[in-house]
Design a protein. Sequence first.
Length: 643
Amino acid sequence: MSEKKNTYFITTPIYYPSAKLHIGHTYCTTIADSLARYHRLKGDDVFFLTGSDEHGQKIQRAAEAKGMTPIAYVDDIVSLFQQLWKKLNISNDDFIRTTEKRHEIVVQDLMQKSYDNGDIYKSEYEGWYCTPCETFWPENKLPEGKHICPDCGRPLELVKEESYFLKMSKYADRWLAFIDENPDFIQPESRRNEMIAFVKSGLEDLCVSRTSFDWGIKVPWDPKHVVYVWFDALVNYITAAGYHDNPERFKELWPADLHLVGKEIVRFHSIIWPIMLMSCGLPLPKKVFGHGWLIVDGTKMSKSLGNVVDPIPLIEKYGADPLRYYLLKEIRLGQDGNFSLPSFIRRINADLANDLGNLLQRTLAMVEKYEGGVVAAPSLAETVDEDLAACGVDTAKRFEIFMDDMKINDAINDVWVLIRRSNKYIDETMPWVLAKDNQKQKRLETVLYNLMDSLRIIATLVSPYIPASAEKMWQQLGLGDFSNATLQMAQVWGQYPADTKISKGAALFPRFELPEEVEESEPEKLVCTAAKEVFKPEIEIDDFGKVDLRVAKVLDCEKVPKTSKLLKLSLDFGTEQRVVVSGISQFYKPEDLIGHCIICVTNLKTAKLCGVESKGMLLAASDGDGKLQVAFVDGMAPGSRVR
């Protein structure tokens, strides 16, 4: 009898069928896919769910505006999402649509259960409603004196209609007790604190039906009402898990291990959804994680602002794996992250083409040239080999720790330490020199074997992030079917099978040229204090204490378009990321700064330079001749206070 696998059930939110795709749609699903692939690599029985949320007033209005039925309207758009997931190599096990019959049955069943338990009652709703967010807002949650949506900033509609309500307030204390007993249920901690504060400020009963439109699932005991879209949409998770049509599978899968959602809908998933489940007597999911937004030039993507980035042209020009890699590498899970095309291209060239692609091509070329394409067994080991082996095994073990803790960014960075160590190993051992000495043939064979074994481990570890490229690497290494790759084997050195014939192919990651940047005007000059200037007047220690100096790591750096001196730096302060603009491009190229730790003033008033908001100022010294040097503090943790 085979050993029972651990089950891992991960979900993304089901997406509203927006007629215009943007790169933000890809972010959450790419994160979820990387976690799903990691757990499969680990040997878990994974169920990965995504889908589309197709009911509600805004869908009906959008369809009517186009002269279409709601179902015809969503059919066209849902197919775009499904095509996008295919292009991105998303490995979801199910795609649920809330218009499916299987889902309607479960929604009506749960609503009936809650009603029979005395938790749903009829009343009349009069209050403020955001149609785009499909959210009711009580007065005490609105900005003072303003009837605008706290989430999206759009005007609210005053709605008055007969509705059914869920007794949210009845479960407030039980919810708080659950959160106290399960401190990791809402992550990251900042979202948890927000949700606790929201509930403690007063939890109002939730309107769970509407009568002002009819595009939705009918309330089972009162069909003139349709189910409010959030009571409908959230139920998708247990529908797909088999609540109605596969009870045995449902027992295995539920409760879900992880709901991965955008921070703007954490409240629905961490407050409303758990209370719905409490009312129906069902277990609560194990974790809700609210990731940050993908922003463009410091601003959340918005069609009205015109800063929406369409992922399809990016994928068609640069490839799915490079886009996946950039999103996962550049953004620390839980924080907001910035997208820019120059940064994206630089990351492709530096990490994928130069580091990983170059390592693979150099190694395979040497195996072909010096061994006829067949990898011999190792024999003569030296200290440098042991160092590479230790790096490979340690990386694979840390990879598991990081990924279990959902620290995807840290896991990727650590894998790239192994990649760079392997490139350095080539320089240390110089196989081209060994090949010239017949007496060193065995040593050459050992070096090439070690490189191939390192690449075996690397291909395994990068597979959650760049799956198509990892599989091609595996095949070029001569290892055949990638389904043979496991995390357990990656954590053991020396598992590359000797006498294997490689299958060298085309380079996996081509280099791309950066788009041209035209400098037409200069902003106000940023003044640097020269060493020959007289000292400023003395200040009190309390005055100095007002300046908050912190260590920040430069995640990305690029020139500000149409300027000659400004660089835009994306900085990691450990707990948050910021953009700082600095007039230092005469002295530093962007690539000179990426990866370094610098000192930054964090509590300087925000300034806008050439259209880019700068939240802080980095420290640098300049002499009387105008030479400038940034203060680097590499080795210090981001966020460390400078005293």
